[in-house]
Design a protein around this ligand. Structure first.
Ligand SMILES: NC(=O)c1ccc[n+]([C@@H]2O[C@H](COP(=O)([O-])OP(=O)(O)OC[C@H]3O[C@@H](n4cnc5c(N)ncnc54)[C@H](O)[C@@H]3O)[C@@H](O)[C@H]2O)c1
Length: 495
């Protein structure tokens, strides 16, 4: 995978701040230029939200955070960056000026992306000396959580630039879609604009309030869109006869005179006031920052659910997250830095919204998930990684005994350790503990027996020397540790 080594962000507002967080959390150094007197504070707040969200989003080992540097001039920020992202206000004259300044100082092979929501790349690149490296990279807010980037080239953009831009997105957890022809507002904002126009009419004509309109979306097709989009959803709606039947059934309705899509509503003072008032009521006193946090929590929960969908393979944005995490795990050092004289600290995470039950506590099966993640992490330490599993061997869990000693609440930082109690050529007997990271108190323990298997033959088989030689030093060091309290317990035994 081709990676971005250094990024520059020109403009650090809502969208620039989101890009900065996305790059930094993927381990990329970012230089920023934004003349706003409070740019540091604004970027800092976005970054704090992004870090909170990532702590809930993934238990995979994120790389050390990139270095953030604010510069006094655009030229200093562009420096030797190999991806420069322009996110200044949506005005053609301003963007042209800024992009021409970037073009004058950027490295010859640097990629220059514009966050514009709708301006044509051909118009943006007009005055550039090297227009072939300019493209639109249109993200969605919050950039640190929503993975999509619409990649759009102008008349003078080279195909190499498009290809290079697309390749650099997966390592930062993003998905580029190449839009075949440039068009104002690209694909996403054209769709949103159609919905927005119709929505404004519905409010103006008193058909419903803003709250009702939002309910109609979020209790119904909004949920469908997040996981299957439009066409795949309609394919299912066509029943067994599928898409062709759906088009035959509902196509003629398009000619009925229902919509006002082609008419633009007059956003006069009265309509602005009406929407403003209804929107204030809907917010019920929640500030923008509070709403952002709720939004992030919900998005994290949806992404995690999509990650587990389709028999665990992941679906849509969840599949992308799964691939991103696998890349992070693959980049870890295999545990060389672990202190084997102690139970191995393998998982550091936070209780995410998707893990919490109606009591606000971590729900039962999530304990097993964290213990399973701990075993997976231990297996990676002894060389049983995805490549090993693909070669046809693995360890299967054949027995688990979990004890619940405390509670874990939403957002709480927890970590887990693994102690090897015993091992032979087939068996690995382990004891895991989940701790409250704030006070190191044990919240739950699990005793497990893992069995080395030949997956193709479907039976236990001795582990090879390459694995046993990695288990041995840890197991030997762990024989010196006290036997943890709770080992060998059975259900119902008195404490
Ligand atoms: N807000 C969204 O939902 C959204 C989504 C996708 C794309 N976009 C696009 O992203 C771009 C930025 O939008 P935003 O919502 O972040 O706006 P914003 O007003 O929050 O941020 C713009 C930032 O640019 C800075 N700026 C102004 N002139 C500058 C200059 N000459 N050099 C460097 N910085 C300068 C401002 O100080 C400000 O911090 C626009 O093109 C917009 O269309 C916005």
């Amino acid at each position: 995978m081709t990676r971005i080594n250094k990024a520059a962000c020109i403009g650090g507002g809502v969208i620039g701040g989101g890009w900065i967080a996305r790059f930094l959390l993927a381990g990329i150094d970012v230089d920023v230029f934004d003349p706003h007197p409070e740019a540091t504070r604004i970027v800092g707040e976005v970054l704090a939200n992004a870090q909170k969200a990532y702590a809930m989003l993934t238990g995979a080992p994120l790389p050390p955070r990139g270095k953030l540097t604010f510069r006094d001039t655009l030229e200093a920020a562009v420096g030797d960056a190999d991806w420069i992202q322009e996110s200044v206000p949506e005005r053609l004259d301003l963007k042209r000026k800024v992009l021409t300044q970037i073009d004058a100082v950027a490295k010859p092979d640097a990629l220059i992306g514009s966050s514009t929501s709708g301006l044509l790349p051909t118009d943006l690149q007009r005055d550039m000396r090297h227009p072939e490296r300019l493209f639109v990279a249109h993200p969605y807010n919050p950039v640190y959580l929503l993975p999509l980037v619409e990649i759009v080239g102008g008349e003078k953009t080279s195909m190499e630039t498009i290809k290079a831009a697309m390749e650099r997105l997966p390592p930062i957890g993003m998905k580029g879609v190449h839009i075949a022809k440039e068009i104002e507002a690209f694909v996403g904002d054209r769709l949103l604009e159609a919905l927005w126009r119709e929505a404004l009419w519905l409010i103006k004509d008193d058909i419903c309030t803003v709250e009702t309109l939002d309910d109609v979306i979020r209790y119904s097709f909004g949920l469908r869109w997040a996981q299957m989009g439009l066409f795949q959803t309609y394919r299912i709606a066509g029943g067994e006869a599928g898409m062709r039947h759906f088009l035959a059934q509902f196509g003629p309705a398009l000619k009925w005179n229902w919509t006002k899509l082609m008419d633009v509503v007059d956003l006069d003072d009265a309509l602005v006031e009406k929407i403003g008032q209804q929107s204030d009521e809907q917010a019920a006193g929640l500030s923008i920052r509070e709403l952002e946090r709720i939004r992030d929590e919900n998005l994290v929960g949806i992404l995690q659910t999509l990650k587990r969908s389709h028999g665990g393979e992941g679906w849509g944005a969840g599949k992308l997250l799964k691939d991103f995490e696998q890349g992070l795990w693959a980049a870890t050092d295999g545990g060389e830095k672990l202190d084997v004289a102690q139970p191995l600290r393998l998982i550091d995470t936070k209780v995410s919204p998707a893990w919490v039950d109606y009591n606000g506590h971590m729900t039962e099966h999530r304990y097993l998930q964290v213990f399973g993640d701990t075993s997976d992490a231990l297996l990676r330490v002894i060389g049983v990684d995805l490549a090993y599993v693909e070669r046809g061997h693995s360890y299967y869990t054949v027995e688990t005994h979990i004890r619940h000693l405390g509670e874990a609440k939403l957002g709480q930082a927890i970590h887990s350790t693994a102690q090897i109690l015993g091992s032979d050529e087939k068996r690995l007997h382990v004891f895991h503990t989940i701790y409250d990271t704030a006070n190191d108190e044990a919240i739950a323990t699990a005793e497990q027996m893992l069995l080395h298997v030949d997956a193709k033959a479907g039976k236990a088989a001795p582990a090879p020397e390459e694995v046993l030689s990695k288990i041995r030093p840890i197991a030997e060091a762990h024989t010196k540790l006290p036997v943890p309290e709770g080992v060998g317990r059975h259900v119902g035994q008195k404490r």
